[in-house]
Write a protein that binds this ligand. Sequence first.
Ligand code: AMP
Ligand code: TRP
Length: 326
Amino acid sequence: MTRVLSGIQPSGDLHLGNYLGAIRVWAQLQHTTDAFYPVVDLHAVTVPQKPGAIGTATLRMSQMLMAAGLDPDACTIFVQSHVHQHSECAWLLECTVSFGELSRMTQFKDKSDRQEFISAGLFTYPALQAADILLYDADEVPVGDDQRQHIELTRDIAERFNSRYVPTFKLPKAVVPAAGARVMDLQHPTNKMSKSLDSPRGTIDLLDDPADVTRKIKSAVTDSDGEVRYDIAAKPGVSNLLSILGAASDRAPEQVAEDYSMYGPLKADTAEAVVELLRPIQARFRELEADPAETSRLLAVGATKAQTVASATLQRARTNLGLLQG
Ligand code: AMP
Ligand code: TRP
């Protein structure tokens, strides 16, 4: 069976871009593949965190993922730091990737531009991500478009390790969903939708109430030519609404465009579709939120399953590299 792995950081609540570009696809894959989904808390500490905040955020993210459709009976959902093999393997991979390769990562360049304190961990972050993937012999890594570069690097690292020592790691490939792969900011439709802290009116959080969702979509930036057409370059705002409505109703954006001649009805229908998409997720989240002990129990089960796989791969890497057995 195809092995799939993808991770998400516990930083802030999920937004519509995370859901349509990533989590919804993960939920579909859990039924047809052997899927591993870590909440990558160690990636989140590459930027300074308030004392004690990360644990709370990790629990909440786990609940959001379960609410958004990840079923602990159908996939392995766990917390990265509960499986210590990730940090240990990351070191071996940090020693297999070059300074130059890490310097070319666009996510590092973007994030370091925004940080006053640039940790060494922020720079070596892709090696930890490579460990997340390679420890599970993942065949496929479902991610948004922005993560392709990290997956390519993961392949390069695996290939180098395999040729330097002994074939050890499986080479994974990125799988980027077509429709809704990139959800754009509603106010700045040439930027991708990101954390609501950066753009409160342009980002729809999965927990936004229906009135907020509707207000944000109705005030989305469009353009003045008045024509409904899917054309990302010339009409980024309208194209974004078309692809959101398309993703929410399982249609191609071009096909959705045929049903509309004015922006008002397009916005109204997009708002309604998103509200309905979020309704069951929000209800399930409230249930999970009320019982944190149950979430912790489910995460412990996930960590045990993950450890079984990760420890075997790490042992293989140690042996193949030739570390003295303890
Ligand atoms: P992040 O919120 O950047 O940690 O991303 C978590 C996951 O959601 C990754 O797989 C991203 O590629 C995906 N993602 C983030 N923002 C968007 C977006 N605006 N559109 C589509 N996918 C996204
Ligand atoms: N770097 C990813 C992001 O910013 C998160 C991530 C960490 C990840 N480890 C992973 C994604 C492994 C896929 C596979 O979104």
